[in-house]
Design a protein around this ligand. Structure first.
Ligand code: T4K
Length: 370
Protein backbone atom coordinates (compact mmCIF):
# COMPACT_ATOMS: atom_id res chain seq x y z
CA UNK A 1 0.00 0.00 0.00
CA UNK A 2 1.25 3.50 -0.83
CA UNK A 3 2.67 5.52 2.05
CA UNK A 4 0.68 8.46 3.35
CA UNK A 5 2.79 11.39 4.51
CA UNK A 6 1.62 14.18 6.78
CA UNK A 7 1.12 16.38 3.78
CA UNK A 8 1.70 16.49 0.04
CA UNK A 9 2.42 19.59 -2.01
CA UNK A 10 -0.37 20.72 -4.29
CA UNK A 11 0.77 20.96 -7.88
CA UNK A 12 -0.74 23.00 -10.70
CA UNK A 13 -1.02 21.23 -14.05
CA UNK A 14 2.40 20.63 -15.62
CA UNK A 15 1.41 22.46 -18.83
CA UNK A 16 0.01 25.34 -16.82
CA UNK A 17 3.35 25.90 -15.07
CA UNK A 18 5.32 25.52 -18.31
CA UNK A 19 3.08 28.13 -19.91
CA UNK A 20 3.63 30.45 -16.94
CA UNK A 21 7.42 30.24 -17.13
CA UNK A 22 7.67 30.33 -20.96
CA UNK A 23 8.26 34.07 -21.10
CA UNK A 24 11.23 33.76 -18.73
CA UNK A 25 13.09 32.12 -21.62
CA UNK A 26 12.35 35.15 -23.78
CA UNK A 27 13.12 37.80 -21.19
CA UNK A 28 16.11 36.11 -19.49
CA UNK A 29 14.94 37.91 -16.33
CA UNK A 30 15.03 35.26 -13.61
CA UNK A 31 15.13 37.04 -10.26
CA UNK A 32 15.58 40.41 -8.51
CA UNK A 33 11.96 41.52 -8.34
CA UNK A 34 10.95 40.72 -11.92
CA UNK A 35 7.59 40.81 -13.66
CA UNK A 36 6.19 37.60 -12.11
CA UNK A 37 7.27 38.81 -8.68
CA UNK A 38 5.42 42.11 -9.12
CA UNK A 39 2.34 40.37 -10.51
CA UNK A 40 2.21 37.93 -7.59
CA UNK A 41 2.55 40.75 -5.04
CA UNK A 42 -0.37 42.53 -6.66
CA UNK A 43 -2.58 39.43 -6.88
CA UNK A 44 -1.83 38.43 -3.28
CA UNK A 45 -2.60 41.90 -2.04
CA UNK A 46 -6.04 41.62 -3.53
CA UNK A 47 -6.61 37.98 -2.47
CA UNK A 48 -5.48 38.56 1.12
CA UNK A 49 -7.25 41.92 1.38
CA UNK A 50 -4.15 43.74 2.56
CA UNK A 51 -2.49 46.89 1.19
CA UNK A 52 1.16 45.85 1.21
CA UNK A 53 2.69 42.51 0.29
CA UNK A 54 6.45 42.04 0.23
CA UNK A 55 7.66 38.70 -1.10
CA UNK A 56 10.65 36.76 0.24
CA UNK A 57 12.61 33.62 -0.62
CA UNK A 58 11.02 31.85 2.38
CA UNK A 59 8.85 32.54 5.40
CA UNK A 60 11.68 32.44 7.89
CA UNK A 61 13.65 35.22 6.21
CA UNK A 62 10.46 37.23 5.84
CA UNK A 63 9.99 37.09 9.61
CA UNK A 64 13.62 37.63 10.49
CA UNK A 65 13.96 40.67 8.24
CA UNK A 66 10.59 42.04 9.34
CA UNK A 67 11.79 42.05 12.96
CA UNK A 68 14.97 43.81 11.80
CA UNK A 69 12.98 46.38 9.81
CA UNK A 70 10.83 47.11 12.86
CA UNK A 71 13.96 48.13 14.82
CA UNK A 72 12.86 46.16 17.86
CA UNK A 73 14.91 46.07 21.02
CA UNK A 74 15.07 44.00 24.20
CA UNK A 75 12.37 41.40 24.77
CA UNK A 76 9.68 39.92 22.53
CA UNK A 77 6.77 38.01 24.04
CA UNK A 78 5.98 34.89 22.02
CA UNK A 79 4.96 31.24 22.28
CA UNK A 80 7.17 28.13 22.36
CA UNK A 81 4.42 26.04 20.75
CA UNK A 82 5.49 26.69 17.18
CA UNK A 83 8.00 25.73 14.52
CA UNK A 84 11.50 26.64 15.64
CA UNK A 85 11.71 29.37 12.99
CA UNK A 86 9.62 31.75 15.13
CA UNK A 87 12.07 31.62 18.04
CA UNK A 88 15.15 31.65 15.81
CA UNK A 89 13.92 34.81 14.05
CA UNK A 90 13.79 36.61 17.40
CA UNK A 91 17.13 35.33 18.69
CA UNK A 92 18.96 35.91 15.39
CA UNK A 93 17.94 39.57 15.69
CA UNK A 94 19.72 39.81 19.05
CA UNK A 95 16.35 39.95 20.84
CA UNK A 96 15.27 37.90 23.85
CA UNK A 97 12.20 35.65 23.51
CA UNK A 98 9.93 35.68 26.56
CA UNK A 99 7.69 32.64 26.44
CA UNK A 100 4.01 32.97 27.19
CA UNK A 101 1.72 29.97 27.64
CA UNK A 102 -0.97 28.97 25.15
CA UNK A 103 -4.71 28.42 25.42
CA UNK A 104 -5.77 24.81 25.94
CA UNK A 105 -8.48 24.94 23.27
CA UNK A 106 -6.87 26.39 20.13
CA UNK A 107 -3.18 26.38 21.19
CA UNK A 108 -2.63 30.06 20.35
CA UNK A 109 -0.97 32.45 22.80
CA UNK A 110 -2.99 33.01 25.99
CA UNK A 111 -3.63 36.75 25.76
CA UNK A 112 -4.59 36.92 29.43
CA UNK A 113 -1.07 35.87 30.40
CA UNK A 114 0.77 38.43 28.26
CA UNK A 115 0.51 41.45 30.53
CA UNK A 116 2.32 39.83 33.47
CA UNK A 117 5.32 39.17 31.20
CA UNK A 118 5.72 42.76 30.04
CA UNK A 119 8.79 44.57 31.39
CA UNK A 120 10.41 47.91 30.52
CA UNK A 121 12.48 45.95 27.98
CA UNK A 122 9.51 44.55 26.02
CA UNK A 123 9.19 45.97 22.52
CA UNK A 124 6.81 43.57 20.77
CA UNK A 125 4.45 40.60 20.91
CA UNK A 126 4.90 37.83 18.35
CA UNK A 127 1.91 35.47 18.47
CA UNK A 128 1.47 32.51 16.10
CA UNK A 129 -1.76 31.60 14.31
CA UNK A 130 -0.75 28.01 14.91
CA UNK A 131 -2.30 25.36 12.60
CA UNK A 132 -4.20 28.26 10.98
CA UNK A 133 -6.23 28.90 14.18
CA UNK A 134 -6.68 32.60 14.74
CA UNK A 135 -5.21 34.15 17.88
CA UNK A 136 -7.35 36.33 20.11
CA UNK A 137 -6.44 39.33 17.96
CA UNK A 138 -8.73 41.72 19.87
CA UNK A 139 -7.28 41.00 23.32
CA UNK A 140 -3.73 41.02 21.96
CA UNK A 141 -4.38 44.34 20.20
CA UNK A 142 -5.74 45.86 23.41
CA UNK A 143 -2.78 44.87 25.58
CA UNK A 144 -0.32 46.02 22.89
CA UNK A 145 -2.05 49.38 22.63
CA UNK A 146 -2.04 49.87 26.39
CA UNK A 147 1.72 49.20 26.60
CA UNK A 148 2.75 50.73 23.24
CA UNK A 149 4.04 47.44 21.85
CA UNK A 150 4.27 46.27 18.25
CA UNK A 151 2.31 43.15 17.27
CA UNK A 152 3.83 40.94 14.59
CA UNK A 153 1.92 37.80 13.70
CA UNK A 154 3.58 34.61 12.60
CA UNK A 155 0.83 33.72 10.14
CA UNK A 156 2.92 31.00 8.46
CA UNK A 157 -0.08 28.63 8.70
CA UNK A 158 -2.88 31.10 8.16
CA UNK A 159 -2.91 31.85 4.43
CA UNK A 160 -6.41 32.80 3.32
CA UNK A 161 -8.06 32.63 6.74
CA UNK A 162 -10.51 35.38 7.61
CA UNK A 163 -11.75 36.68 10.91
CA UNK A 164 -15.05 38.58 10.98
CA UNK A 165 -14.84 38.89 7.20
CA UNK A 166 -11.35 40.39 7.16
CA UNK A 167 -8.20 38.70 5.94
CA UNK A 168 -6.06 37.74 8.91
CA UNK A 169 -3.23 40.04 7.75
CA UNK A 170 -5.40 43.01 8.69
CA UNK A 171 -4.54 42.47 12.37
CA UNK A 172 -1.45 43.67 14.21
CA UNK A 173 1.32 45.83 12.75
CA UNK A 174 2.38 43.18 10.25
CA UNK A 175 2.06 39.46 9.49
CA UNK A 176 4.34 36.88 7.95
CA UNK A 177 3.03 34.08 5.71
CA UNK A 178 5.01 31.01 4.68
CA UNK A 179 4.64 29.75 1.12
CA UNK A 180 6.69 26.61 1.71
CA UNK A 181 5.86 23.48 -0.33
CA UNK A 182 3.99 22.06 2.68
CA UNK A 183 1.58 24.98 2.96
CA UNK A 184 -2.01 25.51 1.76
CA UNK A 185 -0.65 27.97 -0.80
CA UNK A 186 2.97 27.61 -1.91
CA UNK A 187 5.64 29.02 -4.17
CA UNK A 188 7.92 25.94 -3.65
CA UNK A 189 9.82 27.93 -1.01
CA UNK A 190 8.65 31.42 -0.24
CA UNK A 191 7.02 33.81 2.13
CA UNK A 192 5.63 37.29 2.50
CA UNK A 193 5.29 40.16 4.92
CA UNK A 194 1.88 41.83 4.77
CA UNK A 195 0.58 44.98 6.43
CA UNK A 196 -1.81 47.88 6.05
CA UNK A 197 -1.12 51.61 6.12
CA UNK A 198 2.12 53.49 5.74
CA UNK A 199 4.49 52.47 8.52
CA UNK A 200 7.61 54.66 8.53
CA UNK A 201 8.91 53.46 5.19
CA UNK A 202 8.44 49.77 6.04
CA UNK A 203 7.86 48.86 2.37
CA UNK A 204 11.15 50.43 1.31
CA UNK A 205 13.03 48.98 4.29
CA UNK A 206 11.83 45.45 3.56
CA UNK A 207 12.69 45.88 -0.11
CA UNK A 208 16.19 46.97 0.86
CA UNK A 209 16.77 44.33 3.53
CA UNK A 210 15.98 41.41 1.23
CA UNK A 211 18.43 42.85 -1.31
CA UNK A 212 21.61 43.34 0.78
CA UNK A 213 20.43 46.71 2.16
CA UNK A 214 20.93 48.30 -1.26
CA UNK A 215 19.00 51.56 -1.53
CA UNK A 216 20.40 52.42 -4.97
CA UNK A 217 23.47 51.55 -6.99
CA UNK A 218 25.71 53.70 -4.84
CA UNK A 219 23.98 53.63 -1.47
CA UNK A 220 23.82 50.68 0.93
CA UNK A 221 22.15 51.98 4.08
CA UNK A 222 21.28 48.78 5.98
CA UNK A 223 22.93 45.48 6.82
CA UNK A 224 20.64 43.39 4.66
CA UNK A 225 20.55 39.79 3.49
CA UNK A 226 19.76 38.14 0.18
CA UNK A 227 16.22 36.88 0.46
CA UNK A 228 14.53 37.63 -2.84
CA UNK A 229 11.83 35.40 -4.30
CA UNK A 230 12.84 34.36 -7.81
CA UNK A 231 10.67 34.33 -10.94
CA UNK A 232 10.18 30.53 -10.96
CA UNK A 233 8.86 30.66 -7.41
CA UNK A 234 6.57 33.56 -8.26
CA UNK A 235 5.32 31.70 -11.35
CA UNK A 236 4.42 28.70 -9.16
CA UNK A 237 2.55 31.08 -6.87
CA UNK A 238 0.60 32.59 -9.78
CA UNK A 239 -0.46 29.10 -10.86
CA UNK A 240 -1.36 27.91 -7.37
CA UNK A 241 -3.36 31.03 -6.60
CA UNK A 242 -5.73 30.21 -9.48
CA UNK A 243 -6.67 26.95 -7.74
CA UNK A 244 -6.76 28.06 -4.13
CA UNK A 245 -10.56 28.00 -3.74
CA UNK A 246 -10.78 24.43 -5.03
CA UNK A 247 -7.80 23.35 -2.87
CA UNK A 248 -9.36 24.78 0.26
CA UNK A 249 -12.70 23.18 -0.52
CA UNK A 250 -11.04 19.77 -0.86
CA UNK A 251 -9.23 20.27 2.45
CA UNK A 252 -12.53 21.22 4.06
CA UNK A 253 -13.96 17.86 2.96
CA UNK A 254 -10.97 16.01 4.45
CA UNK A 255 -11.38 17.88 7.74
CA UNK A 256 -15.12 17.16 7.81
CA UNK A 257 -14.47 13.43 7.29
CA UNK A 258 -11.95 13.36 10.15
CA UNK A 259 -14.47 15.12 12.37
CA UNK A 260 -17.20 12.60 11.47
CA UNK A 261 -14.99 9.79 12.77
CA UNK A 262 -13.25 11.44 15.72
CA UNK A 263 -15.71 13.90 17.25
CA UNK A 264 -16.93 12.84 20.67
CA UNK A 265 -14.40 10.02 21.10
CA UNK A 266 -13.31 9.95 24.71
CA UNK A 267 -9.60 10.76 25.04
CA UNK A 268 -9.42 12.61 21.72
CA UNK A 269 -9.52 16.38 21.54
CA UNK A 270 -9.97 18.16 18.22
CA UNK A 271 -9.33 21.85 17.58
CA UNK A 272 -12.48 23.93 17.95
CA UNK A 273 -14.33 25.30 14.97
CA UNK A 274 -13.54 28.95 15.71
CA UNK A 275 -16.37 31.47 15.81
CA UNK A 276 -16.41 34.14 13.05
CA UNK A 277 -13.48 32.47 11.29
CA UNK A 278 -13.28 31.28 7.69
CA UNK A 279 -10.65 28.55 8.14
CA UNK A 280 -8.05 27.29 5.67
CA UNK A 281 -7.78 23.70 6.99
CA UNK A 282 -3.99 23.88 7.05
CA UNK A 283 -3.40 21.11 9.61
CA UNK A 284 -5.46 18.53 11.48
CA UNK A 285 -4.07 18.31 15.03
CA UNK A 286 -5.43 15.74 17.48
CA UNK A 287 -4.59 15.77 21.18
CA UNK A 288 -4.65 12.40 22.94
CA UNK A 289 -5.39 11.94 26.63
CA UNK A 290 -3.59 8.70 27.41
CA UNK A 291 -5.68 7.93 30.51
CA UNK A 292 -9.00 8.26 28.71
CA UNK A 293 -7.95 6.87 25.32
CA UNK A 294 -6.00 3.95 26.72
CA UNK A 295 -2.85 4.65 24.75
CA UNK A 296 -0.77 7.73 24.18
CA UNK A 297 0.30 9.92 21.28
CA UNK A 298 3.67 8.23 20.74
CA UNK A 299 2.11 4.78 20.59
CA UNK A 300 -0.45 5.96 18.01
CA UNK A 301 2.28 7.62 15.97
CA UNK A 302 4.37 4.40 15.89
CA UNK A 303 1.36 2.19 15.16
CA UNK A 304 0.35 4.37 12.18
CA UNK A 305 3.95 4.33 10.94
CA UNK A 306 3.87 0.53 10.86
CA UNK A 307 0.90 0.90 8.50
CA UNK A 308 2.77 3.35 6.25
CA UNK A 309 1.02 6.44 7.65
CA UNK A 310 3.44 9.17 8.65
CA UNK A 311 1.92 11.69 11.04
CA UNK A 312 4.04 14.40 12.70
CA UNK A 313 4.42 15.66 16.24
CA UNK A 314 4.05 19.32 15.30
CA UNK A 315 5.09 20.93 17.71
CA UNK A 316 7.20 18.70 19.90
CA UNK A 317 9.47 19.51 21.60
CA UNK A 318 8.68 23.11 22.50
CA UNK A 319 11.14 25.50 20.85
CA UNK A 320 12.27 26.55 24.34
CA UNK A 321 13.46 22.96 24.96
CA UNK A 322 15.59 22.50 21.85
CA UNK A 323 19.30 21.82 22.32
CA UNK A 324 20.32 25.31 21.25
CA UNK A 325 18.01 26.93 23.85
CA UNK A 326 18.23 24.34 26.61
CA UNK A 327 19.01 25.64 30.11
CA UNK A 328 18.13 29.14 28.98
CA UNK A 329 14.37 28.78 29.35
CA UNK A 330 12.11 27.01 31.77
CA UNK A 331 9.52 24.82 30.01
CA UNK A 332 7.57 24.52 33.27
CA UNK A 333 6.71 28.22 32.88
CA UNK A 334 4.39 27.24 30.01
CA UNK A 335 2.57 24.16 31.37
CA UNK A 336 -0.27 24.11 28.82
CA UNK A 337 2.22 24.30 25.96
CA UNK A 338 4.32 21.51 27.52
CA UNK A 339 1.34 19.24 28.01
CA UNK A 340 -0.07 19.88 24.53
CA UNK A 341 3.32 19.32 22.96
CA UNK A 342 3.57 15.89 24.62
CA UNK A 343 0.11 14.83 23.47
CA UNK A 344 -0.46 16.30 20.03
CA UNK A 345 -0.27 14.52 16.70
CA UNK A 346 -0.96 16.19 13.37
CA UNK A 347 -2.73 13.77 11.07
CA UNK A 348 -2.21 13.70 7.30
CA UNK A 349 -3.88 16.68 5.65
CA UNK A 350 -3.80 17.69 2.01
CA UNK A 351 -6.26 18.37 -0.76
CA UNK A 352 -5.87 15.03 -2.52
CA UNK A 353 -6.14 12.85 0.58
CA UNK A 354 -9.01 10.51 -0.25
CA UNK A 355 -12.06 9.73 1.85
CA UNK A 356 -10.89 6.09 1.94
CA UNK A 357 -7.51 7.16 3.31
CA UNK A 358 -9.15 9.20 6.06
CA UNK A 359 -11.44 6.27 6.88
CA UNK A 360 -8.43 3.94 7.13
CA UNK A 361 -6.41 6.34 9.31
CA UNK A 362 -9.33 6.88 11.67
CA UNK A 363 -10.17 3.17 11.70
CA UNK A 364 -6.65 2.36 12.87
CA UNK A 365 -6.74 5.06 15.55
CA UNK A 366 -10.11 3.92 16.87
CA UNK A 367 -9.00 0.27 16.88
CA UNK A 368 -6.10 1.26 19.14
CA UNK A 369 -8.47 2.65 21.79
CA UNK A 370 -8.50 0.61 24.97
N1 T4K B 1 6.72 29.87 11.41
C1 T4K B 1 5.98 28.75 11.52
C2 T4K B 1 4.92 28.68 12.55
C3 T4K B 1 6.20 27.67 10.64
O1 T4K B 1 5.47 26.54 10.77
C4 T4K B 1 7.20 27.77 9.65
C5 T4K B 1 7.46 26.67 8.75
C6 T4K B 1 7.93 28.98 9.57
C7 T4K B 1 7.67 30.00 10.48
C8 T4K B 1 9.01 29.19 8.54
O2 T4K B 1 8.50 29.23 7.23
P1 T4K B 1 9.42 28.71 5.98
O3 T4K B 1 10.76 29.40 6.11
O4 T4K B 1 9.52 27.23 6.05
O5 T4K B 1 8.67 29.19 4.78
C9 T4K B 1 8.01 21.76 7.48
C10 T4K B 1 8.27 22.95 6.58
O6 T4K B 1 9.56 22.87 5.97
C11 T4K B 1 8.14 24.26 7.24
O7 T4K B 1 7.89 25.21 6.20
C12 T4K B 1 6.95 24.32 8.20
N2 T4K B 1 6.86 25.55 8.92
C13 T4K B 1 7.05 23.17 9.19
C14 T4K B 1 5.89 23.15 10.15
O8 T4K B 1 7.02 21.95 8.45
P2 T4K B 1 9.51 19.72 8.14
O9 T4K B 1 10.94 19.62 8.51
O10 T4K B 1 8.50 19.04 8.96
O11 T4K B 1 9.30 19.31 6.59
P3 T4K B 1 9.47 17.91 5.86
O12 T4K B 1 10.53 18.07 4.83
O13 T4K B 1 9.63 16.83 6.86
O14 T4K B 1 8.09 17.77 5.09
C15 T4K B 1 6.90 17.36 5.73
C16 T4K B 1 6.06 16.59 4.74
O15 T4K B 1 5.66 17.43 3.68
C17 T4K B 1 6.79 15.44 4.06
O16 T4K B 1 6.62 14.28 4.83
C18 T4K B 1 6.12 15.32 2.72
C19 T4K B 1 5.61 16.70 2.44
N3 T4K B 1 6.42 17.41 1.43
C20 T4K B 1 7.60 17.96 1.82
C21 T4K B 1 8.37 18.64 0.92
C22 T4K B 1 9.68 19.25 1.33
C23 T4K B 1 5.97 17.51 0.13
O17 T4K B 1 4.90 16.99 -0.23
N4 T4K B 1 6.72 18.20 -0.76
C24 T4K B 1 7.91 18.77 -0.44
O18 T4K B 1 8.55 19.39 -1.30
O19 T4K B 1 9.19 21.30 8.07
Amino acid sequence: MEEILVTRSSMPGYEEYIEEIRELWDSHWLTNMGKKHRELEQKLSSYLGVEHVSLFSNGHMALELLLQAMNLTGEVITTPFTFVSTTHAIVRNGLVPVFCDIRPDDYTIDAEKIESLITEKTSAILPVHVYGSICDVEAIGAVAKKHHLKVIYDAAHAFGTEYKGRGVAAFGDASMFSFHATKVFHTIEGGAVCFNGEQDGLTEDLYGLKNFGIRNEEVVDAVGANSKMNEFQAAMGLCNLRHIAEETEKRARVAARYREHLTGVSGIKLSPVQKDVRPNYAYFPVVFDEKLFGCGRDEICEMLKRHGIFTRKYFYPLTSSFECYRNRYDASATPVASETSRRVLTLPMYADLTEEDVDRICGLILQAKR
